[in-house]
Ligand binder design. Structure first.
Ligand code: F6R
Length: 586
């Protein structure tokens, strides 16, 4: 949830770390800070607010150092205050740490440390890390004290630590992502690759339990012994992880969807067919994911049913424990995740593996924990998604699931050409024309309290996803229903003028239009999204019929609507309140 980065090398670490934090801000943005070693002293600058606010408040003009660490926070333990912002230091201000994760036993550790005279300044769980190292350094060097600290903490963590000597930077990970970047002039340790893509594409993905010590070289330890880890080369370039001509990442990523679908189609057929075979062989398939990825799973279950005549079970990853006892070594769990770091999803696949079940993942971030822990992986190749909201990763997940369904049906080529046909159309859907048209609707809806959304069949998950997009970025209450559920209670919510979005398709037109008419009869303002206009609609967004790929095209205008609602309401679409990109805590 938080973003951490450290640099050690021959360049000035301070601008590198601040630039890195800028690229990590999607992971958390309620406060930020930096610690650097200047003339043998550790200097810490931190405050509350988004990164630019923080670094306009604190003076870093004289900070020049060859080693620095930084943090952008998404609060878990302790309110959003300057004291709770990272980096945290020991009593003497000689050791600084940044941490992402949760130290579960921090209360006991804090009590113990306080009884030994340590003075705590924050309410965070993280601060114990600095004091534990300080305690260890009474008898040991920095590296050994760090290792001793790791043995004492319980929970999830990605940590980077430095001390006033500035000789080395130490990192460790368990259940929270941490990567090492290798540039020509030094080394980075960070939560995520985009943080240092401007400087290098060479990375080492650390494993859970790894400790990395970096000075003039890198040494990685696992269980106290030095280990070798592969150096990977990143396929994204720094430009892809930047906004370019777009004002916000959200709009950039919405606009990239035609290319994203193109890349999904370019998947290696061999891998798709292999995975389809695994699905065929298995006895019982579960799709698991969270948030938008869960909506992709749900949509996927309809696509599998329709295209491949196959039933799959779908569950939120955090609800999966309720079904684990059904798993056998012949079961297959398919986890869907953009980041590959969502704690709930990782826990689900670990539970599945413990039962001997096979795990296949559909993931965007190569090198993520989910990729490493799965038996087989289908990479989305959607490119970096920086906006906190999932947009292009959703449509890319749908494209990959569609290809799998067609492969299962023995018609992969047909599936590919169906998606290929949509590419030009998606360029049109994300063009300025569509955006200008939808802006008229956004202006009409910008001050409403509630928006309801209905869809039937394949468009029921689309309705859920559309509602999630609207509420998380505009803070307007939005709810998606299956069209058939309206009369079972939800219609009671409709008042004069209540906006309702209705997704239609050729297949269910009659039924869904009849639901729209029921809403209209109660005074609702009806927004139709689909292939054909109807007199019941007050506003119509034409989206051409794409059968089982309807969700891929129909969600796009609503992503644009959500974006424009945020802009018109004066909100930052890339950083919605209370949210963070990867939910690496449970
Ligand atoms: C919504 C959103 C979240 C994520 C969810 C899972 O726009 O981004 O709901 O979809 O947290 O994240 P991943 O896909 O990284 O597992």
């Amino acid at each position: 949830m938080c973003g951490i980065i450290g640099y050690i090398g021959s360049k000035n670490a301070v601008p590198l770390v601040i630039n890195g934090l800028r690229n990590l801000e999607y992971r958390g943005y309620d406060s930020a800070g930096i610690a650097a070693v200047v003339d043998g002293k550790l200097i810490v600058k931190k405050d509350v607010g988004k990164l630019d606010e923080v670094f306009s408040k604190v003076d870093i003009s004289n900070l020049k150092s060859n080693v620095a660490i930084g943090h952008t926070r998404w609060a878990t333990h302790g309110k959003v205050t300057k004291e709770n912002a990272h980096p945290h230091t020991d009593c003497k201000g000689e050791i600084a740490i940044v941490h992402n994760g949760i130290i579960e036993n921090y209360q006991e550790l804090k009590k113990e440390l306080e009884s030994k005279g340590h003075i705590f300044r924050s309410e965070t769980d993280s601060e114990v890390i600095a004091h534990l190292i300080e305690e260890g350094m009474k008898t040991k060097n920095f590296v050994d004290a760090f290792n001793e600290m790791i043995k004492k903490i319980v929970g999830s963590y990605a940590i980077v630590a430095i001390n006033k000597d500035g000789k080395e930077m130490i990192g460790a990970r368990k259940d929270s992502p941490l990567v090492v970047g290798i540039s020509e002039d030094g080394y980075f340790i960070a939560s995520d690759v985009p943080s240092f893509l401007d400087e290098t594409k060479k990375v080492i993905y650390l494993y859970d339990g790894d400790v990395v010590v970096v000075n003039k070289k890198i040494v990685i330890y696992h269980d106290g012994k030095p280990v070798e880890r592969d150096i990977d080369s990143i396929e994204w370039d720094a430009e892809q992880a930047k906004k370019g001509v777009f004002k916000h990442f959200m709009l950039k990523e919405i606009s990239e969807q035609a290319d994203v679908i193109k890349r999904a189609i370019m998947q290696d057929d061999k891998i798709i067919n292999e995975i389809a075979n695994e699905i065929k062989k298995s006895k019982g398939v579960f799709f698991v994911g969270c948030g938008t990825a869960y909506h992709a799973c749900l949509e996927g279950s309809y696509i599998f049913s329709k295209v491949a005549n196959m039933h799959v079970n779908v569950t939120y990853a955090h609800e999966f424990p309720n079904y684990v006892h059904f798993l056998t070594p012949e079961s297959l769990v398919i986890a869907v995740s953009q980041s590959g770091e969502t704690a709930d999803t990782l826990e689900a696949i670990r539970a599945a593996k413990a039962k001997g079940a096979k795990v296949i993942s559909i993931v965007n971030v190569a090198g993520s924990t989910l990729v490493r822990e799965s038996d087989k992986v289908l990479l989305q190749h959607a490119g970096p998604e920086i906006c906190v909201l999932s947009t292009k990763s959703y449509t890319s997940q749908l494209a990959v699931l569609t290809l799998l369904a067609y492969s299962l049906a023995g018609r992969l080529e047909e599936g590919k050409s169906k998606l290929k046909e949509l590419i030009r159309y998606i360029y049109y859907l994300t063009s300025r024309n569509t955006r200008d048209y939808i802006r008229k609707l956004a202006e009409k809806l910008k001050d409403v309290k509630d928006i309801y959304i209905i869809g039937r069949d394949l468009q029921y998950p689309t309705a859920l996803e559309a509602a999630l997009k609207i509420k998380e970025v505009s803070y307007i209450h939005a709810e998606g229903f299956a069209g058939g559920e309206l009369k079972h209670g939800n219609i009671a919510l409709i008042e004069e003028g209540t906006p309702c979005i209705v997704f239609t398709s050729k297949e269910n037109e009659k039924e869904i239009i009849s639901n729209a008419a029921e809403l209209k009869a109660r005074g609702a303002y009806i927004i139709g999204v689909g292939p054909r206009n109807n007199e019941v609609f007050d506003f119509f967004i034409k989206v051409r019929e794409a059968e089982e790929a309807n969700s891929i095209v129909q969600i796009i205008p609503i992503q644009i609507l959500a974006y424009q609602l945020a802009i018109l309401r004066g909100l930052d679409p890339d950083k919605p309140r209370n949210l963070a990109k990867s939910v690496t805590v449970k």
